[in-house]
Design a protein around this ligand. Structure first.
Ligand SMILES: [Zn+2]
Length: 282
């Protein structure tokens, strides 16, 4: 056993989730509203286990629920930014992406008193301008890409892929704390029906946590100083049977050789030269 780090991250989409999808009738709004019911439950659970975490908050959520975001800060969790109105930056023109980012940073700073260190793209995709824009605005990390499972790595300027191969983009100082759909509660658990298709969700949460335990077990066996980053949404994980499953999973993880960390602290330690996620099979 070599030990490792677990980053619990929560995306507080709230009403911005409905806004970003353009679903502004009563029920989609109320689905986002449920996040406000769930946050105190999650903060209580985390406090009871002494666990720190990172909350990715759209600027819109900070405008709608400033007290809730202040509670997250007061409980010593990291608040990072998750777009303004939960729209896909990869589909934006550069000027729109810039103004979306600036709105979101302003809204978060008004509540937390400081600029966030990290960004997570609402649709987990970046435009050709994102890395430069995030760096220009003083962010030190992104958490939207999927190029590793246990190690942070430098974000690159846009790669150029052609039929003949790839020209890799220049690595930058922006650090990636990578994510994965398999480590996200939304596709496992949330039911969504839209013009784009149906996300069946509604699985037994125990299946999802068994998958996550498998990723943790592999990391602790074969990877030195790995970082496992999982993503949850209060409006998804905050229902009774899922909270009980999360509680059981956290009690299992707390008993393993791991440290809980914010994504921002992982990024900062990586920037300072710490090596994470070294493949070292026994
Ligand atoms: Zn989101």
């Amino acid at each position: 056993m070599t030990g490792g780090t677990v980053c619990l991250t929560f995306d507080l989409d709230a009403i911005a989730g409905a806004l970003g999808r353009g679903q502004l009738t009563a029920t989609p709004i109320s689905r986002g509203e449920f996040a406000a019911v769930a946050v105190p439950r999650l903060l209580h659970l985390l406090a009871s286990r002494g666990i720190t975490s990172t909350w990715f908050v759209p600027g819109h959520t900070a405008l709608v629920y400033p007290e809730l975001v202040a509670e997250i800060v007061a409980a010593d969790h990291e608040v990072a930014v998750h777009g303004h109105a939960h729209r896909n930056v990869a589909a934006m023109e550069e000027a729109d992406e810039r103004s979306d980012l600036e709105c979101s940073l302003q809204a978060l700073k008004a509540v937390t008193g400081e600029l966030p260190r990290g960004f997570r793209a609402p649709a987990w995709d970046l435009s050709d301008h994102s890395v430069a824009l995030l760096t220009e605005h003083g962010l030190i990390y992104d958490s939207s890409l999927m190029g590793h499972d246990y190690a942070p790595y430098p974000c690159r300027l846009p790669d150029e892929v052609t039929d003949d191969g790839i020209r890799w983009g220049e690595p930058t100082s922006l650090i990636e704390v990578p994510v994965s759909w398999s480590l996200d509660d939304f596709p496992h658990l949330e039911f969504m029906r839209s013009a784009a298709g149906t996300l069946p969700g509604l699985r037994n949460p125990q299946e999802m946590f068994t998958n996550w335990t498998g990723d943790l077990d592999y990391m602790l066996r074969d990877v030195r100083d790995g970082v496992l980053t999982v993503t949850m949404h209060p409006e998804v994980i905050g229902r009774g049977h899922r909270l009980l499953a999360l509680e059981r999973w956290l009690d299992h993880v707390v008993g393993r050789q791991v440290t809980f960390s914010t994504a921002g602290d992982v990024a900062q330690r990586y920037a300072a030269g710490k090596a994470f996620g070294i493949y070292a099979p026994r």
